[in-house]
Design a binder for this molecule. Structure first.
Ligand code: NAI
Ligand code: MG
Length: 496
């Protein structure tokens, strides 16, 4: 089927034929041990579009055993450069199957097709990047003098678990699995129960690319039945988790019992600072993108605008105008540039934040309500929303809403802007718009965040390390540093 035809068919049927229905374990599709199935909902229409296996502890046990066997067998014997070839062939296959992956992602997650196509391109790029890392994972030598030869080897940690959220299902799976495989580890992936499809398709593509059976397994199901059992499994050596801070803490506690290591990429409440000297057209474009892309369901969304008082009123007026031009609707429609909220449950959570804001008398400059696709009257949507001039202690400033809701904090000068930027328990990313090089550097120095963006929000790519401080997480993904999370260093010292 041509790509055009695939999209038109999916638009017409509200489904994508031939989606996987079972776990992918030991190189094959496998039904749940307990026989259970669950439904995945299309958030753009609020109706189920596919069903998939509801896994349990037995499925997790089979998948971990398969990953362990593969790590001690076939995958161990393959040269690092051959691991790289498998990853680069996977990148090609992701591009070849790009439209199918993008449509599956839209139906599962509610995002727009252009956002999903971007995610697919990014996933392919991620596999290309780590393909090149597989044969460059060099050790060191240590200067003990001429009587010793002392060196280190970066060994794979073993079986790794990857627990994935629903907001960027394919991207998060790619950026976590690709460096693990490059390091020589094996993997068990647990996609979010709202969005299992693209991880399953990816596992199939990895298999087609020549990945030996059992090296990458995908077990679908709920967080309680599959995620928690996987995190607690004694044969897991490292867990990479992306999701809420509360669940991240549970995962870290489970890992502690087995002395397993963790990478946690948790929530955020990231500030986007606009100073009076900034290029305000540029700042406006970026403030809009930072909070309304993916309908604000981004860990690193710029969910707080910190703005100097002298430009505040005019900037908010322009921001509100821009928010009103967003075209909301089902993600498979190519005219839409603002998609759905992932689930009814999450929509209720976003709405409750705005109910609270109204009850406290906050000024809602635009939006503020749950709504539907204006074309069909269906789906889970939330209006692009700006809550103006919020107090620093207000829940809309302090808590992750994870929706298209921007909280505005007005400040009188640069020092107050830095204090405002640092006023939450989170510390994931921070943006600043200014023409003053010295202020940009001082901000980068004084803001607590894993990454700082100057004059371009979301700047950086797979090459740039990514992760959070404080309640936003621990460890770093992306970049070459991610490969180290999946390695254990062995030093060997020989008396000559
Ligand atoms: P969650 O953190 O509970 O879910 C993320 C993943 O963890 C899913 O695959 C889930 O099945 C799994 N999981 C759930 N409980 C688990 C457990 N006890 N052990 C192991 N795995 C478990 O997030 P949820 O409930 O989907 O969303 C709640 C809030 O989390 C959102 O409103 C949002 O604020 C935040 N969130 C943040 C994300 C980020 O990128 N930082 C992504 C998704 C949600
Ligand atoms: Mg879904």
């Amino acid at each position: 089927m041509s790509e055009d035809h695939l999209l038109r068919e999916a638009q017409r049927a509200g489904k994508l034929p031939g989606l996987p229905q079972n776990h992918f374990i030991d190189g094959a599709w496998r039904a749940s041990a307990g026989g259970g199935m669950m439904e995945s909902f299309d958030p753009g229409s609020a109706s189920p579009h596919a069903s998939f296996a509801a896994g349990d502890a037995d499925d997790v046990a089979i998948a971990v055993a398969s990953a362990r066997r593969a790590g001690e067998g076939a995958w161990k014997k393959i040269l690092p450069r051959e691991r790289g070839h498998v990853l680069s062939r996977t990148a090609d296959l992701i591009r070849q199957h790009g439209e199918r992956l993008a449509i599956a992602e839209v139906l599962d997650s509610g995002k727009t097709i252009s956002e999903a196509r971007g995610d697919v391109a990014g996933a392919a790029r991620c596999f290309d990047y780590y393909a090149g890392a597989a044969d460059k994972n060099e050790g060191k030598s240590f200067p003990l003098g001429e009587d010793y030869a002392s060196f280190s080897i970066n060994e794979p940690v073993g079986v790794t678990a990857h627990i994935i959220p629903w907001n960027y299902p394919l991207s998060t799976t790619a950026r976590s699995v690709a460096p693990a495989l490059a390091a020589g580890c094996t993997a068990v992936v647990k996609p979010a129960e709202q969005t299992p499809m693209t991880a399953l398709i990816l596992a199939e593509l990895l298999h087609q690319a020549g990945l030996p059976d059992g090296v990458c397994n995908v077990v679908t199901g709920t967080g309680a039945a599959v995620g928690a059992t996987l995190a607690a499994h004694p044969d897991i050596s490292h867990i990479t988790f992306t999701g809420s801070t509360a669940t991240g803490i549970n995962v870290m506690q489970a890992a502690a019992r087995n002395v397993a290591s963790v990478t946690l990429e948790l929530g955020g409440k990231s500030p986007n600072v606009v100073l009076a000297d900034a290029d305000l057209d540029l700042a406006l474009d970026n403030v809009v993108g930072a909070i309304f892309e993916n309908a604000g369901q981004i860990c690193s969304a710029g969910s707080r605008l910190v703005i100097e008082r002298s430009i505040h009123a005019e900037f908010i007026e322009r921001l509100v105008q821009r928010a009103k031009t967003l075209r909301m609707g089902h993600g498979l429609s190519e005219r839409v540039n603002f998609g759905a909220i992932n689930s009814a449950e999450h929509l209720a959570k976003v709405s409750s934040f705005l109910d609270g804001a109204r009850a406290r008398g906050l000024s809602i400059a635009t939006g503020g309500r749950a709504t539907v696709d204006p074309g069909t009257g269906k789906g889970w949507f939330f209006e692009p929303t700006v809550v103006d001039n919020a107090g620093w202690d207000d829940p809309v400033v302090q808590e992750e809403i994870f929706g298209p809701v921007l909280a505005v904090q007005v400040v009188d000068d640069f020092d107050e802007a830095i204090a405002a930027a640092n006023c939450t328990p989170y510390a994931l990313v921070a943006g600043i718009f200014t023409r003053d090089l010295s202020k940009a550097h001082r901000f980068a120095r004084d803001v607590d965040a894993g990454q700082v963006y100057v004059n371009e929000y979301f700047a950086g790519d797979i090459e740039t390390p990514f992760g959070g401080n404080r309640k936003s997480g621990i460890g770093r993904e992306k970049g070459l540093i991610a490969v180290q999370s999946y390695c254990k260093v062995k030093s060997v010292t020989i008396r000559v």
